[in-house]
Design a protein. Structure first.
Length: 152
């Protein structure tokens, strides 16, 4: 009888060890794409020309490969009615932290009240940028949707 109990204990232990080993060898779940948080509201007094009807701001970093291309495209959006500002991480970490910017380049297009109307994270085409600014300035000019823009 003691042999039978010993054999049952060994079988239960072996089953437990097998379960633990099988669980450890399980393939990891596939990584999920992360949606970077985008500010929905800006304090216009934190940026240049707070009195301008619209603001285009691009958050950047010197370590970012796409930032220079995005800056060259967004800088062209500045007009009498559209204020433009670049916010580099290395020289303005405080504003990156204040607005929770975790990914660059991040382009935000805000109205006179600082409400972010359009945003882009990562590289963006000049056509998408111009279309987004046109739409924010005149909502009836809405272009075809782009896979990089985010409406708020």
């Amino acid at each position: 009888m003691s042999r039978l109990i010993l054999m049952l204990v060994v079988l239960v232990l072996a089953a437990g060890v097998a379960y633990v080993l099988r669980r450890r060898q399980r393939p990891q779940a596939p990584t999920q794409p992360r949606a970077w948080p985008v500010p929905m509201q800006l304090d216009r007094d934190d940026f240049v020309r707070p009195d301008a009807p619209f603001l285009v701001v691009v958050f950047t970093s010197e370590a970012c490969g796409n930032c220079e291309r995005v800056v060259s495209k967004t800088a062209l959006l500045a007009t009498k009615d559209v204020a433009y500002e670049q916010v580099p991480y290395q020289s303005d970490k405080a504003r990156h932290e204040r607005y929770g910017v975790e990914a660059v380049p991040m382009v935000l297009i805000a109205d006179a009240h600082g409400v972010v109307q359009k945003s882009f994270v990562g590289d963006v085409t000049a056509i998408d940028l111009w279309g987004a600014v046109a739409t924010v300035r005149d909502p009836s000019s809405e272009p075809a949707p782009s896979d990089h823009s985010h409406d708020h």
